[in-house]
Design a protein around this ligand. Sequence first.
Ligand SMILES: Nc1ncnc2c1ncn2[C@@H]1O[C@H](COP(=O)(O)OP(=O)(O)OP(=O)(O)O)[C@@H](O)[C@H]1O
Length: 657
Amino acid sequence: MSSGSTKRKRGSGRPEPSESERLLFGGPLRYDTGWSQHSDAFLELGFRAMVTQLPSLLAASFRLAWQADRRAARTVVGAEVGRGVIQAVSLLAVNVVLARLMADGPVDDRLRGAVPALVTVAVVMLLAALLRAASTYATGRLEPKVERVATELYLERAAAVELSAIEDDAFHKLLDTAQYGASSARRMIAIATRVVNAMISLVAAAGVLTVLHPALLPLLVTMTLPSAWSALTIARRRYESFHTWVQHARAGHLISGLLTEPAAAPEIRVHGVGPFLLRHYRAMSESAEDEQARLARLAARTGLIAAAWTGLATVATYTTLGGLLLVGAMSLSVAGTAVIAIRTGSANLDTLVLEVNRLHEEALFVGDLQRLYAEAARRAIPAGGEPLPENPREVRFENVTFTYPGSASRPALSEVTLTVPLGKIVALVGENGSGKTTLVKLLSGLYAPQSGRIMWDDVDAATADRHQLAERIAMVAQDFKRWPFTARVNVAIGRTSAPLTEERLSSSVTEAGAEEVVADLPHGFDTLLARMFSGGHELSGGQWQRLGIARAAYRRGAILVVDEPTAALDARAELEVFEKIRALAGTGQTVILITHRLASVRHADLVYVLDQGRLVESGTPDELLATGGVYAELYSLQADQFAVKVPGPRPRSRLTP
Ligand SMILES: Nc1ncnc2c1ncn2[C@@H]1O[C@H](COP(=O)(O)OP(=O)(O)OP(=O)(O)O)[C@@H](O)[C@H]1O
């Protein structure tokens, strides 16, 4: 399987693109943009950085919790602080118990003397259990809320960005990596809780140890350092690996999605694409498995080294304690308390290091999410702007040039100057790739020109209120969305802000000539148009197209843009749809029509002919036919196809003897 496996460049630590990636993406993947920048920052992360960044990480977790549920956040913090204090009190009480038990005198007296301290231990233990329950409950409530708040913001910001951002692969990569941020934010809450608890308990244990004997604290630290080092090293490797491999995981995900999606199903079966995709999926998974195995091997080695170091430190600690006892520098009761304090202290320190480490790791993913928030806000469709005229007379393109971001080829539109008079039918004509769809996308505000202006009377679209601009457009794009909802929603989704009335619904369907489509559905408007759900129904391409036009009619925008409205329609339906469109224009509706069927353009008020992004002809259909240019040539090409005389139906008398 050499073709599909991803190999690691010796020494570079980065996987080389596999054959399958090359096949999928047509070239080596880029690993060095956007989100991957901070993995280097993480590599420099040492103990000092971990300690110095801890307050800000805890503050970030608290902010997340505070945003989601203030009461629960307060409960968690209160309960954890309480538990830490209780730990110190209980250690001191244990010391008193040991001192009383080991004092001189009769056993009865010693036991009696220890009772108050024992009662204290019991009471604080009970309190600790109650506080723990409160903290567990509040954390459990907080976690899903934090995840929801973070996810909602992610979706809200992602849905509000410009189309160019959604089409930008760097932004998409950020969207991909940031999707893990919400669950990391959720986990940060529980981790931060454990960090706070471990910190307070550790301070309690360390304080008690220092009071008992100053030599004990350094011993505690020495015992815990190895596990801290091992946890940090393993986490660092895991995070670096994730960011290096995320592209690979994306590709695997993409392939597995293709194998099951309904749109690809016919070709997978007829063209036998299944085994091909499966082979590449397996190759990708195997190389990901190799990476997991590599990480596991390294983690095992690091763990072994840390365990040996801890063992040595533990021997040194207990030897020191024994020595202190032998030379009489420490009493037996103090030594007993010290053993308990060292055990709880080192457990706390272990937990602390591990959890702080995890907090860092999760925070890096939350960092991706925050970067996405910031980037999405930067690329958001601007709010506000100059109001558009209430009833504009025209929309003018003045020397408009537009190149798609990242495109190395010629501009999709070059210095286009034209006027769309409102209330008329304007047709855009031209060969494939001539820029027709791009032009209407610019008119709809989906893209902004690099040079030139688009004027709505005297208002430049670049400074206009984008919300108002979108309000005026109704669009049936070539690849309009087939929403997996009911027929009713598929039409009414054209303007969700308007109250859904049966009257508006049925008049839109009539305007689009889609009455029969709806009437033939098993449950009429209530039929679910999603085959993959039970009770779902699938429409033909032409039926969908009529529903798409009904949706645009439902929107009732000042300008109706129809991009290839008849591509999937039969000859009779095509005639019907153009009749409807003509009728719409009679009511003052502006229609911008993109079509390759030039016979249908004959009724347009104005035709613009585009060629390789340039406007090459304009005029009424008759004028253009008379000029004998590109339009006339395309027209006669199509007319020639129908020039052969069709024999009429044979007379009945000859059919029946
Ligand atoms: N999202 C995009 N990103 C990059 N380039 C694009 C994008 N959409 C279109 N293009 C390019 O812009 C040029 C014009 O495309 P456009 O879709 O506007 O043509 P069109 O006249 O509508 O074609 P058709 O008749 O095939 O629908 C083409 O060269 C196309 O490859």
